[in-house]
Design a protein around this ligand. Structure first.
Ligand code: GLU
Length: 395
């Protein structure tokens, strides 16, 4: 029986990252020993100094509705952070705090996109960019890249994808799922193209900013002439191990920030009061306070790369940030392994789930059908075991 759901929800794809995580959880509950490398979620606890700030907020009776765009003190703190880390000078009235960076992105899309507008997505891209564009009845256009180019697009590709209908382009560095980081020079070359097209807005998703293994990521809005057209999105989930606290934020031209506040005021209102108070201490903390997590992620990245490279058919780039590897596994396409025919990345991901009991996410969901995504935000013991299982399953 079909239910009378709206066309909007019927045409919306399910989030593959969340779906795979749910499936892994379900199988675990059935007693199957699944190792889940599906979700991008740090396996650390939120640092004590942030937890203490939340406890203090509860004891100080922070319990009322919050301002829709965030506490003034938090917005000030975010401005300080933008100046300190990104050389960006935002005023508090250009900041909007939201329930996760995902809501920040959805707000921006809702307030800028009209039906029929085109949105450029350099692929691979995070699953929800395309889904959020669909919700706005905009058309998303993928700009493909390959492992040979370290999963980055060129200025010529960007230029070729632009049409009179292009309204917005998404950049995400460090990138989920590839881990690639655009250098300042590479970003400037892309900006030179966009300079010729003043009606295009840029959403720069910098949520993995602090999780990098050398090169400090460059903020797109720091390019002269781009500041007034760029929305910088960030949040606390990844670097501060605060996924469930749901704090994201953006810095944008004031008219965009104001529109996002209006949208949020009708949909969710201000973000949770306790999480916001805790966020003040997280945002103002020196980045060195969370360096131990980044160091650990680097150790795991090196281990995962080293071991996966020993498996025939896995082709890898060197991710410079975030906590994912994104191997090209197209060498398996057309083969039958352990009785399972593998035609595409979906099949391969399902094969790994069934035969190795390892949960990954198909590259299709990220606009890269030759790859699968594996998160290494898991313990070293789990990672070793997962890769050993994969090796045995495919050999
Ligand atoms: N951003 C994370 C991921 O890509 C969390 C899940 C989600 O919201 O997509 O795995």
């Amino acid at each position: 029986m079909t239910h009378p759901l709206s066309d909007r929800i019927s045409s919306l794809p399910v989030s593959q990252t969340l779906a795979m995580a749910a499936k892994a959880r379900e199988l675990k509950e059935q007693g199957i020993d699944i190792i889940s490398l599906s979700l991008g979620e740090p396996d650390f606890n939120t640092p004590d100094f942030i937890k203490d700030a939340a406890i203090e907020a509860i004891n100080q009776d922070y319990n009322s509705y919050t301002p829709v765009d965030g506490y003034a003190e938090l917005k000030e703190a975010i401005c300080t952070k933008f100046k300190r880390d990104n050389d960006l000078v935002y005023q508090p009235n250009q900041i909007v705090v939201s329930t996760g960076a995902k809501q920040s992105i959805a707000n921006v899309a809702q307030v800028l996109l009209n039906p029929g507008d085109e949105v450029l997505l350099p692929a691979p891209y995070w699953v929800s960019y395309s889904a959020i564009s669909i919700l706005c009845e905009a058309k998303f256009i993928e700009i493909p890249s390959s492992i040979e180019d370290d999963f980055k697009i060129t200025p010529a590709q960007l230029e070729a994808a632009i049409t009179p209908k292009t309204k917005m382009v998404f950049f995400n560095s460090p990138n989920n799922p590839s881990g690639s980081i655009y250098s300042e020079q590479e970003y400037r070359a892309l900006a030179a193209v966009l300079e010729k097209h003043p009606k295009i807005y840029i959403l720069s998703d910098e949520i993995y900013e602090h999780i990098n293994y050398g090169a400090k990521p460059f903020s797109f809005a720091a390019i002269e002439n781009m500041f007034d057209r760029t929305i910088t999105v960030n949040g606390l989930a990844k670097a501060f191990a605060m996924t469930g606290w749901r704090i994201g934020y953006l810095g944008a031209p004031q008219w965009i920030a104001k529109a996002c506040t209006k949208m949020q005021g009708q949909v969710t209102s201000g973000t949770n009061c306790i999480a916001q108070r805790a966020a003040i201490s997280a945002v103002l903390a020196p980045v060195e306070k969370v360096q131990y997590m980044v160091d650990e992620f680097k150790t795991r990245r090196d281990l995962v790369l080293d071991r996966l490279r020993q498996i025939d058919g896995f082709k890898l780039n060197i991710p410079e940030g975030a906590f994912y590897v994104f191997p090209d596994i197209s060498a398996f396409f057309g083969k039958t392994v352990q009785g399972m025919k593998i035609e595409n990345a979906n099949d391969f991901s399902l094969f790994l789930l069934e035969k190795a009991n390892v949960a990954t996410v198909t590259g299709d969901a990220f606009g890269a059908p030759n790859c699968i995504r594996m998160s290494y935000a898991a313990s070293v013991a789990q990672l070793k075991e997962a890769i050993q299982r994969i090796k045995e399953a495919v050999s």
